[in-house]
Design a binder for this molecule. Sequence first.
Ligand SMILES: *Cc1c(COP(=O)(O)O)cnc(C)c1O
Length: 408
Amino acid sequence: MASKTPGQKRFRPATELIHGGSARSHFGETSEALFLTQGFVYADAEAAEARFKGDDPGFVYSRYANPTVAMFEERMCRLEGAEAGQAVASGMAAVSAALLSDLKAGDHVVSSRALFGSCDYVVTQILPRFGIASTLVDGRDLDQWRAAMRPETRALFLESPSNPTLELIDIAAVAEMARANDARLIVDNVFSTPIFQKPLALGAHSVVYSATKHIDGQGRCLGGIVLSSEEWIEKKLFPYLKHTGPSLSPFNAWVLLKALETLELRVTRQTQSAAKLAEMLAAHPAVTRIYYPGHDSHPQHALAKRQMTGGGNIISFDLAGGKSGAFDMLRALQVVKISNNLGDSKSLITHPATTTHQRLTDEERAVLGIGDGLVRLSVGLEDPDDIKEDFEQALARARAPNVTAVSA
Ligand SMILES: *Cc1c(COP(=O)(O)O)cnc(C)c1O
């Protein structure tokens, strides 16, 4: 829904994350209330009529809007600097709604190829069934975006940094191309978090989040949100969501709203730990390559500095020992847990080739740079020295096959 307090003074993010969007009940509670209700009662029939006509701006039904969900939306709008936002049940509900609410048969979508698995499925499998064609490009190469544009291109979609090889895309440049073609640029901003990258300020039309990740940050609830202009949300997204119903539960909205209070603290700390760990990994003999936008070995480090204010908490790296080296290391880790999730307070690591990207063929994985030795790490909130020591002891067991041969 649209920002409730458009004219109100904005504070710095850490402050907005504590107070932004709070709407107190007549009890004056300190902590935001959980309105676990489906519906709302009206004083009389006239009041109900006025509410439905839109003459009275109150709530009608929690599939449309709910006070706790509205607080979460308002806090996210203030963090993102967005005019309006609609929360939904998951990140994928946000991605699919951002596309399907606006596109129609005959339209065309251009998307970067390095995508979260389900985003790839929506773009390449679901949209075409409704007559919406799509072209995938190497998002780093602006010429490929330019070449893929058609007169009927209505949406551009990208993730930057991408999953799992943390490629970056020049958001401002792609946004300019979108505008020149009367198309919308939708940015999935999960990997950088709303703290370190502001796609709307860079010219994107919409930004989407899986709030499941850093926004909850404690592994509890699914959630998602789409943020954009007030006009687009009111005309396109809100009617689509209202009538198709992927609503965010008020309970989950409450968890996410409270989690926002510590978001900046959490991701700042995680990023400091990730930066330290990146230095250690880059120098380790069992590691052949690291992928981390905040490290100067990243081929797009200059772009990272230009459009991100922090490297984020996700690091991927290649092990010299390939799959067996990766599995040896995973087996030996004690603090870091094996999970395909990310953004959690717990450090989580996954082997993309056999989990998140198992569905792809060897050739498709090769195009995306997902080798057998690649692992993706989401750095958590544990003591950074414990994370580092955990990798030091686990990497000692991830011997490359040829190392064994030499010493034999
Ligand atoms: C997790 C994730 C999603 C999907 O979010 P869910 O909340 O799991 O539906 C979409 N995009 C990216 C980049 C993600 O990491």
